[in-house]
Design a protein around this ligand. Structure first.
Ligand code: AMP
Length: 374
Protein backbone atom coordinates (compact mmCIF):
# COMPACT_ATOMS: atom_id res chain seq x y z
CA UNK A 1 0.00 0.00 0.00
CA UNK A 2 1.40 3.44 -0.85
CA UNK A 3 1.97 5.94 1.92
CA UNK A 4 -0.79 8.53 2.44
CA UNK A 5 0.17 12.01 1.28
CA UNK A 6 -1.01 15.11 3.11
CA UNK A 7 -1.10 18.41 1.21
CA UNK A 8 -0.65 21.62 3.16
CA UNK A 9 -1.36 25.08 1.74
CA UNK A 10 1.32 27.27 3.32
CA UNK A 11 4.87 26.34 4.28
CA UNK A 12 5.43 28.18 7.56
CA UNK A 13 6.12 26.79 11.01
CA UNK A 14 2.64 25.36 11.43
CA UNK A 15 3.06 23.41 8.20
CA UNK A 16 6.46 22.29 9.40
CA UNK A 17 5.12 20.98 12.70
CA UNK A 18 2.16 19.30 10.94
CA UNK A 19 4.60 17.56 8.59
CA UNK A 20 6.76 16.40 11.52
CA UNK A 21 3.69 14.92 13.24
CA UNK A 22 2.50 13.34 9.98
CA UNK A 23 5.89 11.69 9.42
CA UNK A 24 5.58 9.88 12.75
CA UNK A 25 2.37 8.29 11.48
CA UNK A 26 4.06 7.22 8.24
CA UNK A 27 2.33 10.01 6.30
CA UNK A 28 4.27 12.07 3.76
CA UNK A 29 3.62 15.79 3.46
CA UNK A 30 3.75 18.12 0.48
CA UNK A 31 3.54 21.85 1.16
CA UNK A 32 2.67 24.70 -1.20
CA UNK A 33 4.18 28.14 -0.66
CA UNK A 34 5.39 31.02 -2.83
CA UNK A 35 8.66 31.34 -0.85
CA UNK A 36 11.52 29.03 -1.92
CA UNK A 37 12.90 29.15 1.64
CA UNK A 38 9.57 28.35 3.37
CA UNK A 39 10.62 26.60 6.58
CA UNK A 40 8.30 23.60 6.17
CA UNK A 41 10.44 22.78 3.12
CA UNK A 42 13.17 21.52 5.50
CA UNK A 43 10.97 18.58 6.52
CA UNK A 44 8.48 18.10 3.66
CA UNK A 45 8.39 18.25 -0.12
CA UNK A 46 8.05 21.94 -0.97
CA UNK A 47 6.22 22.97 -4.13
CA UNK A 48 6.82 26.64 -4.87
CA UNK A 49 4.07 28.55 -6.58
CA UNK A 50 1.82 31.53 -6.38
CA UNK A 51 -1.60 31.14 -4.75
CA UNK A 52 -3.02 32.76 -7.90
CA UNK A 53 -1.55 30.09 -10.21
CA UNK A 54 -4.46 27.70 -10.66
CA UNK A 55 -2.62 25.19 -12.84
CA UNK A 56 0.31 25.01 -10.40
CA UNK A 57 -2.18 24.39 -7.59
CA UNK A 58 -3.81 21.61 -9.62
CA UNK A 59 -0.41 19.98 -10.20
CA UNK A 60 0.35 20.29 -6.48
CA UNK A 61 -2.84 18.36 -5.67
CA UNK A 62 -2.10 15.41 -7.97
CA UNK A 63 -1.62 12.30 -5.84
CA UNK A 64 -2.63 13.91 -2.51
CA UNK A 65 -5.07 12.09 -0.22
CA UNK A 66 -6.29 15.26 1.48
CA UNK A 67 -5.35 18.93 1.60
CA UNK A 68 -5.38 21.28 4.60
CA UNK A 69 -4.25 24.81 5.41
CA UNK A 70 -1.67 26.12 7.85
CA UNK A 71 -2.45 29.85 7.77
CA UNK A 72 -5.90 31.31 7.81
CA UNK A 73 -5.34 33.97 5.20
CA UNK A 74 -4.75 31.45 2.44
CA UNK A 75 -6.62 32.95 -0.52
CA UNK A 76 -10.10 31.42 -0.59
CA UNK A 77 -9.91 30.90 -4.35
CA UNK A 78 -6.69 28.86 -3.93
CA UNK A 79 -8.34 26.69 -1.29
CA UNK A 80 -11.36 26.30 -3.54
CA UNK A 81 -9.19 25.16 -6.46
CA UNK A 82 -7.38 22.66 -4.24
CA UNK A 83 -10.76 21.44 -2.94
CA UNK A 84 -11.87 20.68 -6.50
CA UNK A 85 -9.05 18.15 -6.85
CA UNK A 86 -8.83 16.57 -3.42
CA UNK A 87 -10.86 16.70 -0.16
CA UNK A 88 -10.22 20.04 1.60
CA UNK A 89 -10.30 19.89 5.41
CA UNK A 90 -11.45 22.05 7.07
CA UNK A 91 -13.91 23.08 4.35
CA UNK A 92 -14.13 26.28 2.36
CA UNK A 93 -16.92 27.86 4.41
CA UNK A 94 -14.92 27.60 7.65
CA UNK A 95 -11.83 29.08 5.97
CA UNK A 96 -13.83 31.96 4.47
CA UNK A 97 -15.59 32.84 7.75
CA UNK A 98 -12.31 33.31 9.60
CA UNK A 99 -11.03 35.72 6.94
CA UNK A 100 -13.59 38.40 7.67
CA UNK A 101 -13.83 39.58 11.26
CA UNK A 102 -17.38 40.89 10.78
CA UNK A 103 -18.65 37.64 9.30
CA UNK A 104 -16.75 35.69 11.97
CA UNK A 105 -18.36 37.66 14.83
CA UNK A 106 -21.77 36.99 13.27
CA UNK A 107 -21.10 33.24 13.18
CA UNK A 108 -19.76 33.27 16.76
CA UNK A 109 -22.79 35.24 17.92
CA UNK A 110 -25.22 32.83 16.20
CA UNK A 111 -23.43 29.92 17.91
CA UNK A 112 -24.41 31.57 21.22
CA UNK A 113 -21.07 33.13 22.18
CA UNK A 114 -21.00 36.59 23.73
CA UNK A 115 -18.64 38.78 21.67
CA UNK A 116 -17.16 42.28 22.19
CA UNK A 117 -19.53 45.04 21.03
CA UNK A 118 -18.49 45.88 17.50
CA UNK A 119 -19.71 47.50 14.30
CA UNK A 120 -18.62 47.75 10.68
CA UNK A 121 -16.91 50.98 9.64
CA UNK A 122 -16.96 51.87 5.96
CA UNK A 123 -16.05 55.57 5.94
CA UNK A 124 -14.32 58.27 7.95
CA UNK A 125 -17.76 59.66 8.79
CA UNK A 126 -18.84 56.25 10.17
CA UNK A 127 -15.76 56.27 12.37
CA UNK A 128 -16.33 59.84 13.59
CA UNK A 129 -19.97 59.09 14.44
CA UNK A 130 -19.15 55.83 16.21
CA UNK A 131 -16.33 57.36 18.26
CA UNK A 132 -18.52 60.29 19.31
CA UNK A 133 -21.32 57.93 20.35
CA UNK A 134 -19.44 55.06 22.00
CA UNK A 135 -17.58 54.56 25.22
CA UNK A 136 -13.79 54.60 24.76
CA UNK A 137 -11.30 52.98 24.36
CA UNK A 138 -12.14 51.43 21.02
CA UNK A 139 -10.00 49.26 18.80
CA UNK A 140 -10.20 49.75 15.04
CA UNK A 141 -9.29 46.58 13.10
CA UNK A 142 -9.11 45.67 9.45
CA UNK A 143 -11.77 43.07 8.70
CA UNK A 144 -9.37 41.09 6.53
CA UNK A 145 -5.72 40.00 6.64
CA UNK A 146 -5.06 41.07 10.24
CA UNK A 147 -2.88 38.85 12.40
CA UNK A 148 -0.49 39.24 15.34
CA UNK A 149 -1.96 42.67 16.09
CA UNK A 150 -1.28 43.94 12.56
CA UNK A 151 -3.99 46.12 11.06
CA UNK A 152 -5.16 47.52 14.41
CA UNK A 153 -5.28 51.02 15.89
CA UNK A 154 -6.49 52.10 19.32
CA UNK A 155 -8.92 55.01 19.50
CA UNK A 156 -8.91 56.48 23.00
CA UNK A 157 -10.43 59.87 22.14
CA UNK A 158 -11.67 61.83 19.12
CA UNK A 159 -8.07 63.01 18.62
CA UNK A 160 -7.17 59.45 17.56
CA UNK A 161 -9.75 59.28 14.79
CA UNK A 162 -7.72 60.93 12.00
CA UNK A 163 -4.44 59.04 12.71
CA UNK A 164 -6.31 55.72 12.94
CA UNK A 165 -8.08 56.47 9.66
CA UNK A 166 -4.79 57.51 8.03
CA UNK A 167 -3.35 54.11 8.96
CA UNK A 168 -6.25 51.81 8.20
CA UNK A 169 -8.75 53.80 6.09
CA UNK A 170 -9.51 52.34 2.68
CA UNK A 171 -9.90 48.81 4.08
CA UNK A 172 -13.22 47.39 5.30
CA UNK A 173 -13.00 47.90 9.07
CA UNK A 174 -14.49 46.75 12.36
CA UNK A 175 -14.64 48.95 15.45
CA UNK A 176 -14.38 46.88 18.60
CA UNK A 177 -15.11 47.87 22.16
CA UNK A 178 -11.77 47.88 24.00
CA UNK A 179 -12.26 45.06 26.50
CA UNK A 180 -10.64 45.45 29.91
CA UNK A 181 -10.08 41.75 30.23
CA UNK A 182 -8.82 39.86 33.26
CA UNK A 183 -7.24 37.16 31.12
CA UNK A 184 -7.06 35.93 27.55
CA UNK A 185 -8.15 32.32 27.15
CA UNK A 186 -8.12 30.06 24.12
CA UNK A 187 -10.09 26.89 23.61
CA UNK A 188 -8.64 24.41 21.16
CA UNK A 189 -10.68 21.47 19.92
CA UNK A 190 -10.41 18.88 17.20
CA UNK A 191 -13.32 17.39 15.30
CA UNK A 192 -12.83 14.09 13.49
CA UNK A 193 -14.35 13.17 10.15
CA UNK A 194 -17.01 11.08 11.99
CA UNK A 195 -18.12 14.16 13.96
CA UNK A 196 -16.42 13.21 17.23
CA UNK A 197 -15.08 16.34 18.96
CA UNK A 198 -12.43 16.35 21.68
CA UNK A 199 -11.16 19.35 23.61
CA UNK A 200 -7.75 20.37 24.91
CA UNK A 201 -7.69 21.94 28.37
CA UNK A 202 -8.26 25.71 28.38
CA UNK A 203 -5.15 27.81 27.78
CA UNK A 204 -4.25 31.19 29.27
CA UNK A 205 -2.40 33.52 26.91
CA UNK A 206 -0.41 36.71 27.31
CA UNK A 207 0.19 38.92 24.25
CA UNK A 208 2.76 41.63 23.77
CA UNK A 209 2.37 44.20 21.04
CA UNK A 210 -0.36 42.00 19.59
CA UNK A 211 1.92 38.93 19.37
CA UNK A 212 1.45 35.87 21.56
CA UNK A 213 4.17 35.86 24.20
CA UNK A 214 3.26 33.07 26.64
CA UNK A 215 0.67 30.32 27.04
CA UNK A 216 -0.07 28.25 30.13
CA UNK A 217 -2.24 25.15 30.42
CA UNK A 218 -4.42 23.79 31.87
CA UNK A 219 -5.84 27.21 32.81
CA UNK A 220 -8.46 27.20 35.55
CA UNK A 221 -11.82 28.22 34.06
CA UNK A 222 -15.16 27.96 35.87
CA UNK A 223 -16.58 24.49 35.06
CA UNK A 224 -20.05 25.70 34.00
CA UNK A 225 -18.65 28.48 31.80
CA UNK A 226 -16.29 26.01 30.16
CA UNK A 227 -18.97 23.38 29.58
CA UNK A 228 -21.25 25.96 27.94
CA UNK A 229 -18.47 27.30 25.68
CA UNK A 230 -17.57 23.76 24.61
CA UNK A 231 -21.21 22.94 23.81
CA UNK A 232 -21.52 26.13 21.75
CA UNK A 233 -18.29 25.32 19.94
CA UNK A 234 -19.46 21.78 19.18
CA UNK A 235 -22.74 23.07 17.73
CA UNK A 236 -20.81 25.49 15.56
CA UNK A 237 -18.45 22.77 14.34
CA UNK A 238 -21.33 20.38 13.65
CA UNK A 239 -23.14 23.03 11.65
CA UNK A 240 -19.99 23.72 9.60
CA UNK A 241 -19.21 20.00 9.15
CA UNK A 242 -15.78 21.03 10.41
CA UNK A 243 -12.86 18.57 10.32
CA UNK A 244 -9.53 19.29 12.03
CA UNK A 245 -8.19 21.46 14.84
CA UNK A 246 -9.85 24.81 15.58
CA UNK A 247 -8.89 27.50 18.09
CA UNK A 248 -11.18 30.11 19.61
CA UNK A 249 -9.72 33.13 21.38
CA UNK A 250 -11.62 34.72 24.26
CA UNK A 251 -11.37 37.65 26.63
CA UNK A 252 -12.34 36.71 30.17
CA UNK A 253 -13.92 39.60 31.98
CA UNK A 254 -15.68 39.25 35.34
CA UNK A 255 -15.97 35.48 34.79
CA UNK A 256 -17.63 35.95 31.37
CA UNK A 257 -15.99 34.71 28.18
CA UNK A 258 -16.22 37.05 25.17
CA UNK A 259 -15.28 35.35 21.89
CA UNK A 260 -12.83 37.47 19.90
CA UNK A 261 -11.91 35.29 16.96
CA UNK A 262 -11.43 31.81 15.59
CA UNK A 263 -8.56 30.18 13.74
CA UNK A 264 -9.53 27.24 11.50
CA UNK A 265 -6.16 25.54 11.94
CA UNK A 266 -3.58 24.48 14.49
CA UNK A 267 -2.79 27.37 16.81
CA UNK A 268 0.24 28.93 18.47
CA UNK A 269 -1.44 28.80 21.90
CA UNK A 270 -1.52 24.98 21.70
CA UNK A 271 2.17 24.44 20.85
CA UNK A 272 2.64 23.17 24.41
CA UNK A 273 0.63 20.06 23.44
CA UNK A 274 3.69 18.65 21.63
CA UNK A 275 5.44 18.05 24.95
CA UNK A 276 2.60 18.49 27.42
CA UNK A 277 -0.40 16.53 26.10
CA UNK A 278 -0.97 12.86 25.32
CA UNK A 279 -1.49 13.72 21.64
CA UNK A 280 -0.25 16.97 20.13
CA UNK A 281 -2.58 19.32 18.25
CA UNK A 282 -0.49 18.63 15.13
CA UNK A 283 -0.92 14.87 15.31
CA UNK A 284 -4.62 15.23 16.07
CA UNK A 285 -5.09 17.52 13.07
CA UNK A 286 -3.33 15.00 10.83
CA UNK A 287 -5.45 12.20 12.29
CA UNK A 288 -8.67 14.20 11.80
CA UNK A 289 -8.09 15.22 8.18
CA UNK A 290 -7.03 11.69 7.21
CA UNK A 291 -10.12 10.18 8.85
CA UNK A 292 -8.12 8.40 11.57
CA UNK A 293 -9.28 8.00 15.20
CA UNK A 294 -8.40 11.00 17.36
CA UNK A 295 -5.90 10.79 20.21
CA UNK A 296 -6.32 11.82 23.85
CA UNK A 297 -6.17 15.56 24.45
CA UNK A 298 -5.38 15.13 28.14
CA UNK A 299 -2.55 17.23 29.57
CA UNK A 300 0.32 15.23 31.07
CA UNK A 301 0.65 17.89 33.74
CA UNK A 302 1.20 21.62 33.72
CA UNK A 303 2.87 23.16 30.67
CA UNK A 304 3.96 26.64 29.68
CA UNK A 305 5.10 27.98 26.32
CA UNK A 306 7.16 31.03 25.43
CA UNK A 307 7.53 32.25 21.87
CA UNK A 308 10.90 33.17 20.44
CA UNK A 309 10.12 36.40 18.62
CA UNK A 310 12.76 38.15 16.52
CA UNK A 311 15.74 36.08 17.59
CA UNK A 312 16.73 33.26 19.90
CA UNK A 313 19.40 33.10 22.60
CA UNK A 314 22.28 30.65 21.97
CA UNK A 315 20.83 27.14 21.70
CA UNK A 316 23.25 25.83 24.35
CA UNK A 317 21.77 28.27 26.84
CA UNK A 318 18.23 26.98 26.23
CA UNK A 319 19.30 23.34 26.30
CA UNK A 320 20.86 23.68 29.77
CA UNK A 321 17.52 23.20 31.51
CA UNK A 322 16.15 19.65 31.33
CA UNK A 323 12.51 20.64 31.71
CA UNK A 324 12.70 22.93 28.66
CA UNK A 325 11.83 21.62 25.20
CA UNK A 326 13.21 23.74 22.39
CA UNK A 327 11.45 24.08 19.03
CA UNK A 328 13.23 26.10 16.36
CA UNK A 329 11.62 26.65 12.98
CA UNK A 330 14.77 27.15 10.90
CA UNK A 331 13.70 30.71 10.00
CA UNK A 332 15.99 33.70 9.60
CA UNK A 333 15.75 36.01 12.64
CA UNK A 334 13.86 39.23 11.96
CA UNK A 335 12.21 41.72 14.33
CA UNK A 336 8.64 40.68 15.14
CA UNK A 337 8.99 37.27 13.46
CA UNK A 338 8.14 34.04 15.30
CA UNK A 339 11.21 31.86 14.88
CA UNK A 340 10.63 29.22 17.53
CA UNK A 341 9.17 28.50 20.93
CA UNK A 342 10.09 26.71 24.12
CA UNK A 343 7.83 24.46 26.16
CA UNK A 344 8.26 24.06 29.89
CA UNK A 345 6.78 21.00 31.57
CA UNK A 346 6.99 21.63 35.28
CA UNK A 347 5.29 19.47 37.86
CA UNK A 348 6.23 21.59 40.84
CA UNK A 349 3.63 24.30 41.30
CA UNK A 350 5.94 26.53 43.32
CA UNK A 351 8.73 26.68 40.76
CA UNK A 352 6.66 27.04 37.56
CA UNK A 353 6.41 30.77 37.50
CA UNK A 354 10.03 31.22 38.56
CA UNK A 355 11.01 29.04 35.60
CA UNK A 356 8.77 30.97 33.20
CA UNK A 357 10.19 34.28 34.43
CA UNK A 358 13.79 33.09 34.17
CA UNK A 359 13.21 31.88 30.61
CA UNK A 360 11.30 35.05 29.79
CA UNK A 361 14.29 37.12 30.93
CA UNK A 362 16.66 35.09 28.74
CA UNK A 363 14.37 35.47 25.72
CA UNK A 364 13.75 39.15 26.35
CA UNK A 365 17.49 39.73 26.44
CA UNK A 366 17.89 38.31 22.95
CA UNK A 367 14.79 40.09 21.63
CA UNK A 368 16.04 43.42 22.94
CA UNK A 369 19.15 42.88 20.85
CA UNK A 370 17.03 42.59 17.68
CA UNK A 371 14.83 45.54 18.58
CA UNK A 372 17.93 47.61 19.16
CA UNK A 373 19.28 46.56 15.79
CA UNK A 374 15.98 47.71 14.21
P1 AMP B 1 -6.59 39.82 17.36
O1 AMP B 1 -5.86 40.04 16.07
O2 AMP B 1 -8.04 40.18 17.29
O3 AMP B 1 -6.36 38.43 17.90
O4 AMP B 1 -5.92 40.80 18.42
C1 AMP B 1 -4.60 40.60 18.91
C2 AMP B 1 -4.56 41.00 20.37
O5 AMP B 1 -4.97 42.36 20.51
C3 AMP B 1 -5.53 40.22 21.24
O6 AMP B 1 -5.04 38.98 21.63
C4 AMP B 1 -5.68 41.18 22.41
O7 AMP B 1 -4.56 41.14 23.25
C5 AMP B 1 -5.73 42.52 21.71
N1 AMP B 1 -7.14 42.85 21.38
C6 AMP B 1 -7.83 42.53 20.26
N2 AMP B 1 -9.11 42.94 20.31
C7 AMP B 1 -9.25 43.57 21.49
C8 AMP B 1 -10.34 44.23 22.15
N3 AMP B 1 -11.54 44.33 21.58
N4 AMP B 1 -10.12 44.73 23.40
C9 AMP B 1 -8.89 44.63 23.99
N5 AMP B 1 -7.83 44.04 23.42
C10 AMP B 1 -7.99 43.51 22.19
Amino acid sequence: MSKPVLGILGGGQLGRMLALAAARLGVRSRVYDPAPDACAGDVAQLVCGSFEDESALARFCAGLDVVTIEFENVPVRAAEIAGQHVPLRPGLESIAIAQDRLHERGVLGRAGFATPVSEAIDSLQDLRDAVARREKPLLLKTRRLGYDGKGQAWVRSVADVEPAWARLGGHPLLLDQGVRFDREISLVAVRGSDGTTVHYPPIENVHREGILWTSRAPAPVDAKTLALARRQLEHMLDRLGYVGVIALEFFETGGLLLANEMAPRVHNSAHWTVDGARTSQFENHVRAVLGLPLGSTEARGWAGMLNLVGTAPPLERLLEDESVHVHLYGKEPRAGRKIGHVNVCEADERSREARMSALGAILEGSNAHVRGAG
